[in-house]
Design a protein around this ligand. Sequence first.
Ligand code: BGP
Length: 488
Amino acid sequence: MSEKAEGQFPEGFLWGAATAATQCEGAWDRDGKGPTILDHATNGDREHPRLITSEVSEDYFYPSHTGCEQYDHYEEDVELFAQMGLKTYRMSISWARIFPNGDDPEPNRAGIEYYRRLFQKCRECGIEPTVTMTHYDMPWNLAKNYGGWANRDLIDLFVRYARTVFTEYKGLVTRWLTFNELNFSTVSYGEFVTSGILPRKGHIIMVDPDATRADVSRRFQALHNCLVAAAKCVTLAHRIDPANQVGCMMCGFAFYPLTCKPADVAAAQRDMEIWDYYCMDAQVRGAYPYWAPRFWREHGIELEVGEGDLEAMRAGTVDFIGFSYYRTDCSSGSMAQQAGGTDFGMPNPELQKTDWGWTIDPDGLRWLLNELYSRYQKPMMIVENGIGEYEDFEDGTVHDQARIEFLRAHIKAMGEALEDGVDVIGYTPWSAIDIVSAGTGEFKKRYGFIHVDADDLGHGTYVRTPKDSFWWYRHVIETNGADLGDVR
Ligand code: BGP
């Protein structure tokens, strides 16, 4: 029996799927590419956090060095994406393929040409690229020798990188996202992956005897510098090609009060403010939220705001809101989460969880879409959504029914939000193909529509095989979301 959602999805809706360079490309040191911060991250799993090593050492396995080998398989991958019917492929450019050290006098031509071939291949196959400019992959040199985004020099270095890619790919790429999940910088999780501040704590542990935690002021300074750079990129993108559309990319956190105690309701509001609205207001409205001065004061945050920073932010507001959505969490007034926290919140006792403990909450997607739209009234694109699963390869494929159920429920919720009147322009589930997990570095935490024969230590043939979800999603796209049934 098919489940109908007729008429909800507008013509031209951007059905797609997503990946990121450090998780799929491999070829980490080929053709002039420099190392990125995630090239220093070892593999881990649920119980064993990834380590960030100060040198790349033979004693460890670094999963980004192989990814799913898309660098060598990109033509085959794009052809498979076309067979699935994707209208857009969200992927990221590795900053260190273009500027290997971030501060090189000239860009790396081989890196520029690789992405040109990839974008051309997408266009030939009728797929529009949606490009993230940096997805957790600052050149290592900038983290090590500049102090990451805490250093204002990075603003100009990033804008120079932006100018290079906007100019080189003019006409090939018109849909851009600046920083992946920039709002992770408000919590210590983002200290390393988003801001490039060494060392960091949280899910990733730095192997460094002198490790100390960045203070909250430094973290928010880094975030401020990112926000200024992102805004300057929006202005620049429009100047270079008026056809360019630039979005922010936020981790879509949704916090419910754990109970109806007023303290829990207030905590949920506070968590939404810090985790979501601090960055979104800056990028969508072009100014920090009204409560920010009190927040800075109470947390001892002293921002160094450069001349012209606030004007740049006001001028460079985004064209659309991109966000990822995986789960929801609960807030409690008794929990010391605040700006220094590493936790995502309290688990919701009403919801089922994945094998990695992430709650499954399709209704939360409709809730969050409405919540964000009522605040911003901007087009929205869900640029990540998916389920990580242990999977078996049987009868020559993977019968990933759990993924089909997960995506079907979320697409239904998105359809409801469209009927509510929310302007949703696209949906790019995570992930187009099996790739390395960012959080744990595992390959066995699989998200893809396409199976890749590889294991956690990079062994395997890297042969690609469409899973059941591939055929299911193809049918969803073919019917523009009108039939979410289980047709193969
Ligand atoms: C998002 C990241 C992605 C991706 C995804 C799944 O936060 O933008 O890079 O990895 O989460 O997370 P994980 O890979 O840790 O399961």
